[in-house]
Write a protein that binds this ligand. Sequence first.
Ligand code: ASP
Length: 323
Amino acid sequence: MKIRYVAAGLALVASAAVQAQANYPSKNITMIVPFAAGGPTDTVARLIAQSMGKTLNQTVIVENVGGAGGTIGAARVAKADPDGYTIFLHHIGQSTAPSLYRKLSYNAIDSFEPIGLVTDVPMTFVARKDFPAKDFKELVSYVKANKAKVTYANAGVGSASHLCGMLFMSAIETELTTVPYKGTGPAMNDLLGGQVDIMCDQTTNTTSHIKGGKIKAYAATTKTRVPSLPDIPTTTEAGLPNFQVAVWHGLYAPKNTPKPVVDKLAGALQTALKDATVKQRFADLGTEPVADNRATPEALRTFLKSEIDKWSPIIKKAGVYAD
Ligand code: ASP
C-alpha cells in the first residue's frame, strides 16, 4: 500500500517536471554576467539576451555579478536551480580560472551544462590618450624602463584582461602594477580619465574609444589584423609574435538543467546570432558571432575542455596563482 502511494507520488512529480519543461519558459530568465555592467561581456550578453527573449517569448534579464575575475558569478550559477531560469554568459575565463585559482567552489566543466559558443572576439592593447609611446615597440621600452610605475587595469585574476596582461608581462619579462576592477567597463572609465595607464581588452569595449581618439591603440593580439580596425598592427607585426590571445564567449546553464530546456536555449541562441541587429552591432564592434554548428552544447563542451588543456601549462609556466 505504502509503496503504491510512493510510486503514485513519484509519478506525479515526474509528470509535473515534464509539464514544466513543455511549458518552458513560463517566466523571465536571468542571464548572469560575471563582470560589471558596461563592459564587453555585458554588451554581448545584452545583445543576445534581447534577441533570445524575443524567440522564447519571455524577458531575459541580464544580472551583473562581478568580482574575482568572473569566479563569483560562476559560483553563483553553479549553485542555482537547474530549471532553465538562470543561465550564464562567460568568456575564456571559464577555461583559465581552474588553472589560476588554487581553490574554486565549482568545477568549470562538471558544474554546468553547456548551451553553446557565442562569439570570437579579438583583444586590443590600449593606453590612456596621452601615454608617452608612439607605437608598440616604444610602449614596450617605456614599460621596461618604468616597470611597476606603469599601471595595468584588469578585471581581476581569471579575466581575459588579466590573461592578456599576464602573457604580455611574461613576454617582456617585466612586472607592472595591476589595478583590478569588477569588469573592464569601469576600468575603461578610468583609462579614459587617465587614472590608469594601459589595458588589454576586447574590441567590443575598445573600438568606439579607439575610433573616437579617446584612447591609444597599440596592437591587436590576433594572428591577423582586425577588419574593423585595419590600422592597428598585430602583436606579431609589432615584434612580439608569441604574445597572442583571442577571446571567446560561451553560454551555460547549471548542471542537470533538463536537456529539452538546454536545447530550447541553444535554438534561441542560434537564432540570436543570426539576428540582423545583433550581427550589425557585433560587426561594428569587431565581434564575430559563431556559426550554428558551434552554438551547440557539444561544441562548447569540447571546446571548453580543449581550452582548459591549452591554457593550463601556459599558466603553470607563468606561475600566477590566486586563492
Ligand atoms: N572583458 C573583461 C575581461 O575579462 C571583463 C568584462 O567584460 O568586463 O577582462
